[in-house]
Design a protein around this ligand. Structure first.
Ligand code: S3P
Length: 450
């Protein structure tokens, strides 16, 4: 395959490690990079719009740059200048077939959301990703997209590479069997190309960035309870267009959470995080921290392009711990690794239930958490749908060698845990943090007070 010569370079890029020592506190101001979920959506919709969109504070995340590369391969003109990204779209019907397979690398959002768009194209596209992505289930998007009329082949009918033969799509009403924003988004994006009004009902609330972004770019979206409807623009209503936009991406709350956790854990901390995305379908984590006793304040709330934004201040505080289950799981899905890993520093520890989804993320996060927490001396019970991590009374953690299994959120969660442990912790393969937050370790060192 033509992509192969780069595979080695990518592997060696990931392989560096970081040594973390305990610190006294974290202090200072911080701006986390642009939100990963929102950046993906803006990049895809800008590539489908008629004209040039300007995206500010675009995510530094490697995942979002995978999306940009895919949109470029499909014919969009993409210019990147740091966090400023200009995309000249091809129009809804203007994407071109790519001469090589698209590479979503480590990004589940890229492959799943793009599958929806590719289902509406009059050509065939092959899309795959790295070894981790090739193990992640795609049946969840393949099933509804096939119902809409796309012809999709997948390895073992579930895994990448996907071969998507798009074409005329029909509108469906899909009852989503799981709470997944990626599945919802794939169906809504395909809905732009379907004949009529596509509807999707979710079993529990998930992040709504796709709905908000579609509205910004001029699509017609309606929400009724847990059902979302999208009117087609390139099916029956062929000829209608998405408009180009100038948009600011808010800071990524899921990246901020590592610093919120670190500052809470270290008593003398005083951290200020500016311009963080606080969309209510993402911000359950802040309520959760506050209920646990965190000294966390939200200021300067404002709404921009449908997205809520604000500043956060965090000081050290004793955390209670608690139980996470049911409808709270999809609302905290990306924050669960950090919460679980904080367990040994809390009064009651953490119990996570109904979160079998964590087993099919960038790694098996339940297994990765249990194994690495045990290496640091924590008391953990691993269960099929979650884990129970004992609190402070089970003893103090010690430094260890951490294997994040190539998973950015596991690497960052354990770097935070290491700040309060006795002795030195080595985070292997720490470069994987770049999947969402390339400057994470540099920022942690900048803010650390020894
Ligand atoms: C995402 C949705 C979530 C989340 C992922 C990003 C998105 O995945 O875990 O990191 O941008 O839509 P699921 O839809 O699989 O829950």
């Amino acid at each position: 395959m033509r992509g192969e010569p780069f595979a080695h370079a990518k592997i060696s890029l990931y392989m560096k490690s970081e040594i973390i020592h305990p610190v006294k506190s974290l202090s200072g101001p911080l701006e986390v990079p642009g939100d990963k979920s929102i950046s993906h959506r803006y990049a895809m919709l800008a590539a489908l719009a008629d004209g040039t969109s300007e995206l500010h504070n675009f995510a530094a995340a490697r995942d979002c740059h995978s999306t940009l590369a895919c949109m470029k391969a499909l014919g969009a003109d993409v210019k990147v200048d740091g966090a400023a990204v200009k995309i000249t779209g091809c129009g809804l019907r203007g994407l071109k077939s790519s001469w090589r397979a698209l590479d979503a690398e480590n990004s589940g959002t890229t492959i799943r959301l793009l599958s929806g768009i590719l289902s509406g194209q009059e050509f065939t596209t092959k899309i795959s990703g790295d070894a981790s992505l090739q193990k992640r289930p795609m049946k969840r998007v393949v099933t509804p997209l096939r119902q809409m009329g796309a012809d999709i082949r997948a390895k073992d009918d579930n895994f990448p590479p996907l071969e998507i033969r798009g074409g005329k799509l029909r509108a469906i009403h899909y009852e989503m069997p799981m709470a997944s924003a990626q599945v919802k988004s794939a169906v809504l994006l395909a809905g732009l190309y379907a004949d009529g009004i596509t509807q999707i009902t979710e079993p529990a609330r998930t992040r709504d960035h796709t709905e908000l972004a579609l509205e910004e770019f001029g699509a017609h979206v309606e929400k009724r309870g847990r059902t979302i409807a999208i009117h087609d623009l390139a099916g029956k209503n062929g000829g209608a267009a998405l408009r180009p936009c100038s948009l600011d991406v808010p800071g990524d709350l899921s990246s901020a959470v590592f610093f919120i956790a670190a500052a809470s854990l270290l008593p003398e901390s005083n951290l200020f995080l500016a311009n963080v995305g606080l969309n209510p379908t993402r911000s359950a984590i802040l309520d959760f921290f506050q209920q646990m006793g965190a000294a966390l304040q939200v200021q300067n709330l404002q709404s921009k392009q449908g997205e809520l934004i604000g500043d956060l201040s965090v000081k050290g505080a004793a955390l209670k711990g608690g139980l996470i289950s049911g409808g709270l799981v999809p609302l905290l899905i990306d924050e669960l690794p950090m919460l679980a890993a904080l367990g040994p520093y809390t009064e009651q520890g953490f119990e996570i239930r109904d979160a079998q989804e964590l087993r099919v993320k960038e790694s098996d996060r339940i297994a990765a958490l249990a194994e690495n927490l045990k290496r640091m001396g924590a008391k953990v019970e691993e269960r099929p749908d979650g884990l129970r991590v004992e609190g402070r009374s089970a003893g103090k953690l010690h430094g260890a060698e951490i294997d994040p299994r190539g998973d950015h959120r596991i690497a960052m969660a354990f770097a935070v845990v290491a700040l309060g442990a006795a002795g030195e912790t080595k985070i292997l393969d720490s470069g994987c943090a770049g999947v969402s937050y390339p400057a994470f370790f540099a920022e942690l060192k900048r803010l650390a007070v020894e």
